[in-house]
Design a protein around this ligand. Sequence first.
Ligand code: GDP
Ligand code: MG
Length: 598
Amino acid sequence: TELGLIRNFSIVAHIDHGKSTLADRLIQLTGTVSERDMKEQLLDAMDIERERGITIKANTVRIDYPAQDGKTYVLNLIDTPGHVDFAYEVSRSMRAVEGSLLVVDATQGVEAQTLANVYTAIEADHEIVPVLNKIDLPAADCDRVAEQIEDVIGIDATDAVQISAKTGLGIPDVLEAIVTRLPPPHEGDRHAPLKAMLVDSYYDPYLGVVVLVRIIDGVLKKGDRVRMMKTGGTYGVDRIGVFRPKMTDVAELGPGEIGFLTASIKQVRDTRVGDTITTERKGCETPLPGFKPAQPVVFCGLFPVDTSEFEDLRDSIEKLALNDASFSYEMETSAALGFGFRCGFLGLLHLEVIRDRIEREYGIDLITTAPSVIYHVYMRDGEMIELHNPADMPDLTHVDHLEEPRIKATILVPDEYLGDVLKLCQDRRGEQLDLTYAGSRAMVVYDLPLNEVVFDFYDRLKSVTKGYASFDYQLIGYRQDHLVKMQILVNDEPVDALSVMVHRDRAEARGRAMCEKLKELIPRHMFKIPIQAAIGGRIIARETLAALRKDVTAKCYGGDVTRKKKLLEKQKAGKKKMRQFGKVEIPQAAFINALKMD
Ligand code: GDP
Ligand code: MG
């Protein structure tokens, strides 16, 4: 296809503003999929994505569009993830296209992720067409939201396209805007050596790894031998094609085009996102700039509730890792939990997604230990150790100081909840950087320790603002602080899975809260159980769980047999989700819940 007839674009939006629905409509209206094959949210393939309404991996689709000028254009849509954890995936797929549709829910206005994503688009030099969605709803206020886009983002919104992705109203205008207002790909040279960007990849059980590519220069053909410039791997190309959105073979992919290749690549790990693909011989000399592999930032231990399922867990983790290069794992042994894995994730959502998939797709009940960030531990001898697990904290006498990662968090919130948000950020050791107004909403920017955010910050934020706040963050660097390792002892035995790193000034409060929670969460035993928090050898908080009365069913006052039976059954079911620590059984739920802060 000649460059002038190609439009490559992405859709940027805050979660739930209608990105996937709009993508579906564009595909439907251009007849890319027959009515029979159309199902909602075509581009969101995974179950969890569907349930949570989020798109995790970037997806792509090619649409042929006969425009009003009489020419047929090729539109390539890359659908990017909308969640903070996947910021790197967004930024890299943005570099594969020239324009963006900025979708804003006209009943809600600009949100934190709208800002984060649109800034990424601006950084990638995109032309941007604002689209106001959900105009079918009575609460839609296009004038106000257009003004907000101009004030807050600083782009012209006078010609914003007004649509309802749900009813289909305005979709033809979106298609015309893509053709007339977004630019074609920048110059690409067909006769130059192949230079293609690796945009994304995924594992297909039949085809092996499928690689999504954007051609910059040259032509990619079936049978070519290609080389990944960063990883150095070389492969023979088996198949090339485009997504419509079903995989459809094509003879070649030329400059400006987006498509896929397969080359009997065994694992996703061999295909680094952002890498440059060229031919093995007579290839291009300089790779594309800006490559960086995605790095895990949140770590936690995953252990099977049932120790006999360790091999199954290993199997499931290896399978999932084949398809997700941003997820890391290594075997871990814990005195209390036995064999498991220490895993690294891009963020909490990523952690939850992987954990859910293991539990659901592989049927393994898991104990998840406290999520931790990577601390930098500076030893007295000058060495620096990256600490991924509080259990590995070196002996304090050898430690000079610790540093922790900090983030810059941007939160948009209606005025009435501002006070609660400021309090939450202060409570989490935040330092305010900025407070301004974006339309009717306050925009607060905080410098926060990542460790205070990884656990339940997002949940807390949602609850104190009744869901009205939006949040986005980026890592800004490491900073020294007074951090200590706090251990929890149950019946005098340390439970390393509950060890956490905390700020010294907050250790007592945190320790007390954890002991109180555990007292609620651990069922009574025949003996009394002390639950303690300690720093080094020093106890800083203590609760005692009283001993159980002899007969659990005694409180049913004899008569009601079915109630008695139910109670016993409940106990039995509960047993399965318990783990033994010394003489004490701790339910799986305790590991996560004990760490939540109120
Ligand atoms: P995404 O998270 O940006 O991909 O948003 P979705 O496309 O999944 O849409 C989020 C929700 O908004 C879904 O329940 C959609 O049905 C709904 N939605 C999307 N567009 C419209 C619209 O134009 N009008 C109305 N009323 N609802 C919409
Ligand atoms: Mg979506």
